[in-house]
Design a protein around this ligand. Structure first.
Ligand code: GDP
Ligand code: CA
Length: 333
């Protein structure tokens, strides 16, 4: 059996622990197609937050408390950068984490594509699943916000290549929106810069085309899963592919389990509920993505047109509980 998982960072990583556990039980192969919309260059370093969350979590090196970055992290470099007044200062950059970014940046600067770099980094971490970036190309999530808010950090705004327009709006990089402003700033919409010309990373379409099951992790639908699906050809491959597609709701009882998906959904005008996210993805038979949608027991009775909905426990408290979610997804198909 071959399983493909569309995933963001922390929610995707936790879910993949359960997918890996299930796969070991039944002898399945797992490919994770991971969001790169959060990626950015800072201080000359290429940072891929979602790929790293997945890699560290599956490799046993993640900080379980903080949810992102390395366990036993140090912050000397961050403090030293701040002492120079080197902007931006709001982005968490740990010492151990920086080693990952150094290796990655050196390889990218030498001409290796991101999927090859990701594979090289994974030889250390042995995540037990195949990790693929959704694309090797630049695809950055930007938030279009009201220009009344403070000016963007030059370091990030410049790398983004976007600026104020004459409607009093400006684009800021997703990380600035999320980390610096805590998603609490008047926001009009999101754009995926570079999406039009991005190509699926080598292996992505093949994995989807030969999968027996595609799972949409309980990741943020707006800023984790949507940028994966924004890579031209990727959504189409999933929607037209041979494998059933089952999504897992990141929203339980009308609220995200953690994070700020509620703020992201509000920008789209989508109700923050298991039904709202299910309808946002849509049923495959109705031109959308899903055949099945797992919601939490609290959300039993959720209806999504053309989608088989089942209510099961959806809290990823440990690997066994998460593997049970995966089993429920398999049984739904
Ligand atoms: P990020 O890229 O690090 O923000 O992480 P993701 O986008 O992959 O995942 C974030 C989403 O995971 C949030 O919207 C949470 O609601 C969801 N999430 C976190 N823990 C759980 C859980 O235990 N169960 C479910 N169903 N969703 C969860
Ligand atoms: Ca993310």
């Amino acid at each position: 059996m071959r399983i493909v998982v569309l995933a963001g960072g922390i929610g995707g990583a936790r879910f993949l622990l359960g997918v890996r556990a299930y796969a070991r039980e039944v002898g399945a192969e797992v490919t994770a197609v991971v969001n790169v919309g959060d990626d950015l260059w800072l201080h000359g370093l290429k940072i891929c937050p979602d790929l790293d969350s997945v890699m560290y979590t599956l490799g046993g090196g993640a900080d379980p408390e903080r949810g992102w970055g390395r366990v036993g992290e140090g912050w000397t470099v961050k403090e030293e950068l701040a002492a120079y007044g080197a902007e931006p200062t709001w982005f968490g950059l740990g010492d151990k984490d920086i080693a990952t970014h150094l290796v990655r940046s050196t390889m990218l600067n030498a001409g290796y594509p991101l999927h090859a770099v990701t594979e090289a980094l994974a030889t250390r971490w042995q995540p037990g699943v195949r990790l693929l970036p959704a694309t090797d190309d630049r695809l950055e999530t930007h938030a279009i916000v009201s220009a009344r808010s403070e000016p963007a950090s030059p370091a990030v705004a410049n790398s983004a290549g976007t600026a104020d327009d004459d409607k009093g709006q400006r684009a800021i990089h997703f990380q600035e929106w999320w980390v610096r402003y805590r998603a609490d700033i008047p926001t009009h919409r999101f754009v995926f810069v570079g999406a039009e010309t991005a190509k699926p990373a080598p292996g992505v379409l093949e994995a989807i085309g030969t999968a027996d099951l595609v799972l949409v992790a309980p990741s943020n639908p707006v800023v984790s899963v949507a940028p994966v699906l924004a890579v031209p050809g990727l959504r189409e491959a999933v929607a037209a592919g041979p494998a059933p597609v089952v999504g897992i709701s990141p929203i339980i009882g009308g609220a995200p389990v953690r994070g700020m998906a509620d703020r992201c959904l509000a920008v789209l005008g989508v109700e923050c509920s298991a039904a709202g996210v299910g309808r946002l993805y849509g049923g495959r038979a109705a031109g959308g993505l899903l055949d099945g949608w797992l919601v939490a027991e609290e959300d039993a009775g959720t209806l999504v047109p053309e989608v088989t909905v089942r209510a099961v426990p959806l809290r990823m408290t440990d690997e066994a509980a998460t593997a049970a979610m995966v089993r429920a997804a398999v049984e739904l198909t």
